[in-house]
Design a binder for this molecule. Sequence first.
Ligand code: ATP
Length: 637
Amino acid sequence: MENKPKTLLSKLRPPTKLISVGSSSNILRDRTQKNEVTSTLSRAIPARLAPMSRRSKSFSDLRTLCNKPLSFDRPNLRTLTKPAVKKELPKSITNATVRKPIGIQQATTSKQPIKRAANDKNSDEPKIKKVSKPAPYDYKARFNLLNEKYTLLIQNSKDSKGTLSTALTELEEYKTKYESTNNLAVNLQQAKNLLTKRAEEAENDLKKLKEEHEKVSREFKTLREKYDIIDKEHTEIMVKYEKEGRELKVYKSNLETANENICNLENSVQTFKQDLLASEQTRRYLHNKIQDLKGNIRVFCRVRPPKDSEDDRMITNMTFIDESTLEIKKQKESISAITGKCADLKQEFNFDKVFPPESSQEEVFEDLSQLVQSALDGYNICVFAYGQTGSGKTYTMQGVPGDLGMIPRCVDLLFKHIQKLEKSGWVYKVEASFLEIYNETIRDLLDPNSKETHDIKYNNAKEASVTNLKIEPINGSSDLKALMLEAQNNRAVASTDYNEHSSRSHAVTKIYLEGCNEEQKYIFKASLNLVDLAGSESAKTSDRINETKNINKSLSTLGNVMLALHNKDGHIPYRNSKLTYLLQSSLGGNSKTLMFVNISPFEDCYNETVNSLRFAGKVKEVKTGSKRNKMKKDRDM
Ligand SMILES: Nc1ncnc2c1ncn2[C@@H]1O[C@H](COP(=O)(O)OP(=O)(O)OP(=O)(O)O)[C@@H](O)[C@H]1O
């Protein structure tokens, strides 16, 4: 038991140089050291443990603790020798010290603490009773004294042992506390590390969050700016929308009014349409009445002007008495027996119209144009030019570039009328064919090299048709003009005495019309025959006798047909020539015919001119009762 404190103390402190005092020096040294150790421990350990015991266990306190170094101060050995430490010692130890024997105090090398203790009136240590020193010879006294001292020392030793035992117990407790504290410190360190790590992670997270926040803030700022712009635009749009809404209301109101107006107008249009239909029928009726009054076969006489190259030819004396009367004169060679003077041979001819040499194509077409309207009203029309070679037939019918003749003008007017009529519900189908009759043979001018034969046929409806003939659809006047040019180029021509390129065949341009008005339930078919006849000169004036015979045959047949029509004969000799047979439906009752009699102005053509005028005069006398082609529905005619 006595050795144990020594072992513990030796572990706690390094050996120090001790002062030896007589036989009790070891005891004294042990006690001093124990006091010092106890004092140091009582200072050090409670100082560390006390805060822990009373501190809260909150996280912040733990953190604070963790941040303090967790090591015990080793006792400063030098301070152990200082008596001042006594103030902090536990009471038991202090009490033990109070009973120090005077001898021991005197035995220490340092007298100062002893003096101070003795002189310090405030010290808690009990004052040792001062004993008078026995005389050297008084061995008994001295022995008693020593014996007292010894007893005191024994007593002190016992006290010290108890004190030491208590101190050791306390030390063990402190040690246990130290170890638990140390474990706690380790745990706290671990907790600290963990928390530090978490704190770092949290800091990183915070940093990231800050960056994210900044980024989001920037984006938010951008979005905010955009939002402001959009909001502004939205406001503007809303203002505009409201404005447009108000306008829309006005428009709607206007629209309703307009719809009402449209309804009214539609009703009006319907009424107008009916009126138009009625007036159209009236117009048609009146138009055709006028045409009928003018005559279903009309004859226009046209005198061509001499050309510059024909200056040397004598001009026949012609007088245009009025717009329909022509007087032609020729000096008679015979001298009157009575008067002895030359007598003029005068002949007067009356036609529907007479066109002097200076008449333009436009003037000539003016009257013809009314027949185009008749064709669109469902009548068959036949226009042909009759006259000797070089009298101006082709010029009148076809014209020359820049001065269009009757055929192209008819075509232009036809499509002009069609365009107008289409607006009132009419739909027209237009087709065309071009043929020539040369030496009583039909040739297709759109297919001149065809080996097919072309015969004239009539169907039950008495409509003429030519076999193997090309009939081309026409969508506009340009289509028809192009085909007409092609046909003109294919037409047989031969030079004669009278004209460099005299036509020796009858050229027939036929335009087929089919009109349909679904609304009015009308449908009809009509045709427009435009014929440029071959020259009508007599055989004796032509080198091509056979050709002339055939030409004259057909022309004389034409005359005979006209005469038969004029005489209202039971038999009309249509079949005597291809020409009359082909034109049968256009020369008879159900047609309107216009004949141009073209005459040359020259004296040397006088006889042919008179023949032509006589022939035309006969035709003029023919009256036909024309009828419009049958319509599927016809209200007034
Ligand atoms: N009204 C006119 N104005 C000016 N020139 C005309 C007129 N009529 C005819 N001519 C000219 O007279 C000439 C003969 O006319 P055109 O060829 O038309 O006669 P034609 O009767 O058709 O002859 P053919 O029977 O040979 O065909 C042509 O050069 C033509 O240009």
